[in-house]
Design a protein. Sequence first.
Length: 348
Amino acid sequence: MKSNLVNDLVSVDAPIDDYGNFKYGNIKNGAKYNLFDFSHNAPCNIVVKVNDDISISYDKSGMYFYSIYGVPKSNSVSRTRRFRYKKNGKFILNGLFESDTLVEVDKRYTSWALSRASKLNSVAVELCDIATIKLLHSNYLSFHGGCVEYNDRGYVITGLPDMGKTLTTMKLLENEDYKFLSEDILLIDKAMNAYAVPFTQTVEKRKKLSLIEKIKGRIYEAMYKNNYVKSDILEVKPEIKNRIKTKTDIDAIFFLVRGERFIREATADEREYYVEKTVQLNHLEFTYFRNELILSYLFFNDSRDITFFLNKEKKMIEDLYSEKKLVVVSSPDAFGYSELIQQYIESE
């Protein structure tokens, strides 16, 4: 199953399976919607192979780091876990920074990693961390926020957790003159272009469930590291499909805060403060820098350590906030932002 989740930027070729929640989008539905042509030339192209069993060859020069096996300069690392009935589960990461990154995993590993009883990350979490650092390596910043376009100008909507980013994006899209890029995650390049990430599933958390569905959801999520409801934004609001803009030049970033009602451009001192807050926010959303497989891969196969990528990420956020308008939007609740933002955008 070949899914292009971000046009020309993020492609995943994987069997139909339950890997968990992949932040960059619903892998299964990405292929179903067929909005973007699959590209093997994407800077983030990941091939996933799932088999009943996979073999790992061991070398005398090999060693363990974070309990992950690697051989220096082999371009590969592997994790083996002993599961029930003395069976091993295996995960192999090959060619992290190659044009095609290959992930090989066996079925025991994929199912056990989804279990709440397991301390392993789900395969989807591993894939998300791999995608984030591959994109950063290719000069694309993964950014936690929504994005719309109006009159050929792009507007980013961000803020601290549960501030109302998704709700605000959805409210703006009630106006048919606004085009959609993302409601949770977007990609930004060094030229300050934003790229659509349209198949994310954050909106599912806002879906109203019946009492029976709530009970089933509690039981399901007590057993699995996965959301019970798996609908994405195009399932919830299919009319948006015809208003997706794949790329836009960023005009302004709106940072949502709680407080009395106002909207204004940030001062120089505030910009520095919001850079730090955005870096913190990004580190809550994207966890590549503490992923043991990636840390081990860098240890065995790359002269750079993780601080190189963390510094690069921060520098790209600093450049974004210094070159584009940063607008602080304050409201006593999540329902007040969209009106202020719409007035600001349409008055320009």
